[in-house]
Design a protein around this ligand. Structure first.
Ligand SMILES: *Cc1c(COP(=O)(O)O)cnc(C)c1O
Length: 412
């Protein structure tokens, strides 16, 4: 009987530093300073400095980081914000919560990130901002995004929740737009001990506005020119994250080594090919046709040369020969679903990020646009499967994942 391989093993990362975490807890505990203060300020400045941003603002979650960024830019009812439809819910949810209208943009089937040609087609006189998401840890196409934003006078909010430490042409993500937002949710690359997040900005005035809105919009205290929220990061969380932060680079190197192992060993299995960077932002019909013609069943993700991918997820595409144009409830299992069932049955953790694109979420039926022309993202949502990539994966665990996938591919 083989040992199972979890999708994520937080203990393997956290337990070796238990003494340091305990000391950090004790320091905060004895200080009795439980709201804001030096622990939060220290983490803010270290992360801002690491990424090359002028300001870091610690917040309560990656979701609140997005909300705070949108609120600080004054985005609200009547405004439209361009957002990839293939992302975690919070990207679009935070736009809707401001009263603005999310406008769904298709994604590239190769890099999974926002399709800028589709974004440009969807710009109207109401468009106020664009929210590139650096999905799975690889930067979106930021040169193109910034050029598009400049041409159409759009604000740029980078959802970098999955990409702390990732770079695009050498520059850290989260520092291109007016705001970059990060999450310390435990499954993120800098995973905390509960919820937490960070906002980065290079703009002094926006930083000031975000700091005011983080504490209910009051400055001085109890005098409110704006309606903000309680978006604060706990000092306890900040102190614990400061223990982990010096190890982040090492963790990213380990994730990268795991990705390279998979690319080599999964790539050697018949029916597996790596995505072609030259096909980035090509139409999905073309990409999947070419791949099926060659007998490809599974496509491996690719790290672009100009990006420093930090591999928050390693996401396979299990080619679905049927079109995913219409979501069919209770339909036959797709090849992806079959492979997933095989992995689970063999004790290999895996997850579908994401099974339903945002344009198809019930809550957005009457308050969003752009879903009519989505295609690549719908196809991806029927094909993607993320496998274990956490830094502490052992050699035998990686070999087991490859073996189970090789067996699973025979059955699809
Ligand atoms: C995790 C995540 C968020 C939200 O972060 P939380 O800390 O869980 O609120 C937002 N966007 C993306 C792309 C994410 O992956």
């Amino acid at each position: 009987m083989h040992d199972s391989v979890p999708l994520l093993d937080l203990g393997a990362q956290n337990l070796p530093l238990e003494d340091e975490y305990t000391a950090a807890f004790q320091r905060v505990f004895r200080s009795s300073r439980f709201i804001m203060g030096p622990e939060v300020e220290k983490l803010e400045s270290v992360i801002a400095e690491m990424c090359g941003a002028a300001h870091g603002i610690g917040v309560s979650s990656g979701t609140d980081a997005l909300l705070l960024a949108l609120m600080s830019l004054g985005i609200g009812p009547g405004d439209e914000v361009l957002c990839p439809t293939f992302t975690f819910f919070a990207s679009g949810g935070s736009i809707a919560r401001t009263g603005a209208t999310p406008v769904w943009v298709d994604v590239c089937p190769v890099c999974f990130n926002i399709d800028l040609a589709d974004a440009e087609r969807k710009i109207t006189s109401r468009s106020k901002a664009i929210m590139p998401v650096h999905l799975f840890g690889q930067a979106a196409e930021m040169d193109g995004c910034m050029a598009l934003a400049e041409k159409h006078h759009l604000h740029v909010i980078e959802d970098a929740a999955q990409a702390l430490g990732a770079r695009y042409r050498g520059k850290y993500v989260g520092t291109f737009g007016e705001f970059g937002t990060f999450s310390f949710f435990p499954s993120k690359n800098l995973g905390g001990f509960g919820d937490g997040g960070m906002v980065l900005t290079n703009d002094d005035e926006l930083a000031n506005q975000a700091r005011i809105l983080r504490v209910h919009g009051g400055r001085p205290k109890y005098y409110h020119k704006f309606v903000g929220g309680n978006f604060r990061l706990d000092p306890l969380q900040a102190a614990l994250l400061a223990v982990k932060l010096p190890h982040l680079h090492r963790y990213s190197v380990m994730r990268k080594a795991n990705a390279e192992y998979y690319i080599e060993h999964l790539g050697a299995i018949p029916g597996v090919a790596q995505a072609d960077p030259a096909a980035c932002c090509c139409p999905i019909e073309k990409a999947s046709q070419d791949l099926t013609q060659k007998g490809v069943k599974v496509v491996l993700p690719v790290a672009y040369d100009h990006c420093d991918h930090i591999w928050n997820q390693f996401t396979l595409r299990v080619i679905n020969p049927a079109s995913a144009a219409e979501p069919v409830a209770g339909a036959e299992l797709t090849p992806r679903d079959q492979l997933k069932e095989h992995l689970i049955a063999q004790g290999v953790g895996c997850e579908i990020y994401y099974p339903l694109t945002l344009d198809r979420q019930e809550c957005f039926t009457n308050n969003s646009h752009g879903g009519e022309t989505i295609s690549a993202a719908h196809q991806l949502s029927s094909e993607v499967l993320s496998i274990p990539i956490f830094p502490e994966l052992t050699g035998p665990q990686k070999a087991r994942v490859v073996q189970v996938i090789a067996e699973g591919i025979q059955g699809i």
